[in-house]
Design a protein around this ligand. Structure first.
Ligand SMILES: Cc1cc2nc3c(=O)[nH]c(=O)nc-3n(C[C@H](O)[C@H](O)[C@H](O)COP(=O)(O)OP(=O)(O)OC[C@H]3O[C@@H](n4cnc5c(N)ncnc54)[C@H](O)[C@@H]3O)c2cc1C
Length: 472
């Protein structure tokens, strides 16, 4: 272990699924499946995607028999481990603009903008606490190259119809949050901070109250047309929806569909009033930056900073699950980013470090699909921006099921450009592992170059990494 890594160990909780569970408590696990049964729709996976889909299906048709099968407990995956940025970003928008035209991508973006409000609305309507604070998203630039990228990014977002986004200089940025060396920022109102676990628990409770059958500790080993197979029995249903995101590679036949990418986070101990006075951040915006190895952070409801970034991304052979433990080197690297942002926090203790897994398609485009021949549907590939996207995907899956079963016609959602998108599979190992590792090393090197040389343009290295990643 390096000396900087050993510096974060003191009293650190590593794993335990996530800080959010340490804060909220692990849930009581619901009964597993008790044998063969049937349903109208069976949903595999109890994260935001699966649960929102169950919610909207049942709201649209209360008599529909909907069953959710979850391998551990609802919120075990990324939905219980994320940074709590409920925001309007959607993976693949620019590619969808290329494939389907600018207007189609604008429709997708508008739908995403509305989705932030939709989640906030349902949380209020269902009457549960999800730690929501609607302060928008603030993304800061800290080097000349980042500033150039920020301006491009800002203009690009405006071109997708975001009229209410604002560009700030150094002074206006510091009035919101005092990030060391910040030279500018871009702010959108289409974002909120949430407590991820409170959100997933609240949706699961609402879904159960609507009469959806949720079986936990029930791993699905195979998805086939008309059935989901588990060690405890098979659920037969005309529609089987795969909502397993970063875990998808473990399902039979899906090994190379979406690459499972690890992402790590830390949460500090609660900051003192003096520390908050030094940091500012009274608007509690979701906070990010323009580095290639970017960071994202939130000011939590209980006065901590939770921060994540592109850490150690991918493990050989698509192994995903370690109940959230992460490498201490990664926790130390994230702490370094935190202190770089806020030097006044040099003495702050990291209370918790954890990791989760997200799903990355070969072309980095999120998708929603229902195969009308087999009745098998899926949604995911959100590449790290799934908190809001999962809600839009779920409403879209609802509409696709209702369209297919003749209950409804086409809707605005069934015509969005990400519906039915096809993408090739990832390369077999070890090529995939080498490629992803190389890509992240390149992003880090690009950031170092930009910082050391005060380069104004986006580093050529980063553009190479983007190409390796299949993003262009
Ligand atoms: C550390 C981290 C930080 C993130 N931060 C943000 C953020 O701030 N903002 C944002 O927008 N996005 C963020 N994301 C991404 C976001 O959390 C995910 O995109 C989103 O939660 C995906 O939801 P999901 O329901 O599709 O998948 P998951 O939440 O992963 O749910 C899938 C569920 O399926 C279950 N499952 C898997 N396989 C099976 C099986 N075979 N049988 C039965 N059940 C199965 C799993 O146990 C899991 O509960 C982050 C992700 C991580 C890991």
């Amino acid at each position: 272990m390096s000396s900087s890594a050993s510096g974060v160990v003191n009293g650190l909780v590593n794993g335990g699924i996530s800080f959010w569970y340490a804060d909220e408590g692990l849930p009581q696990v619901r009964e597993p499946l008790a044998g063969d049964t049937s349903a109208d729709v069976v949903i595999v996976g109890g994260g935001y995607t699966g649960l929102w889909t169950a919610y909207y299906l049942k709201k649209a048709a209360p008599s529909l028999r909907v069953t959710v099968l979850e391998q551990r407990f609802c919120g075990y995956g990324a939905s219980g481990r994320n940074g709590g940025w409920l925001y309007n970003g959607v993976a693949g928008r620019d590619r969808y603009a290329k494939l389907h035209g600018h207007d189609a991508a604008v429709r997708l973006q508008r739908a995403m903008n509305d989705t932030v409000g939709e989640v906030v609305r349902v949380v209020a309507e269902e009457g549960f606490d999800a730690g929501v604070h609607q302060g928008g998203v603030l993304e800061v630039a800290r080097t000349p190259a980042q500033l150039a990228r920020l301006r491009d990014f800002h203009a690009h977002e405006l071109s997708y119809g975001e009229r209410d986004r604002e560009l700030y200089g150094a002074r206006e940025t510091a009035e919101r949050v005092r990030v060391a060396g910040a030279v500018g920022s871009s702010w959108t109102p289409h974002g909120a901070r949430v407590h991820p676990v409170k959100l997933v628990k609240g949706i699961a409770a609402a879904v159960a109250a609507l009469g959806v059958e949720i079986h936990e500790s029930t791993p699905v080993t195979e998805i086939l047309p008309g059935r989901a197979v588990t060690p405890y029995g098979t659920v037969r249903a005309p529609y089987v929806l795969r909502c397993t995101e970063g875990f998808t590679a473990a399902l039979k036949g899906e090994r190379r569909t979406w690459l499972p990418m690890n992402s790590s986070m830390i949460a500090t101990e609660p900051l003192t009033e003096e520390q908050w006075a030094a940091v500012g951040w009274e608007g509690r915006e979701a906070l990010g930056d323009m580095a290639h190895a970017y960071m994202y952070a939130q000011r939590t409801a209980d006065g901590r900073i939770a921060l994540g970034g592109r850490g150690v991304p991918y493990r050989f052979g698509s192994r995903t699950d370690n109940d959230g433990r992460t490498r201490l080197e990664t926790a130390a690297a994230l702490r370094e980013i935190l202190v770089g942002f806020f030097p006044a926090l040099a003495g702050v203790r990291v209370a918790h470090a954890w990791s989760g897994v997200l799903g990355v398609p070969r072309d980095w485009c999120a998708t929603v699909t229902l195969d009308r021949d087999t009745g098998i549907g899926w949604a995911g590939g959100y590449v790290g921006s799934g908190v809001a996207t999962a809600n839009l995907a779920a409403r879209t899956l609802r509409d696709l099921v209702r369209l297919d079963s003749g209950e409804d016609g086409r809707t605005d959602l069934t015509d969005l450009p990400w519906v039915g998108h096809k993408v090739r599979r990832w390369e077999p190992e070890p090529l995939r592992w080498l490629g992803v590792r190389g890509m992240y090393a390149t992003y880090r090197a690009a950031d170092r170059r930009e910082t050391e040389h005060h380069a104004a343009g986006s580093s050529r290295l980063a553009r190479v990494a983007d190409r390796v990643a299949g993003r262009h």
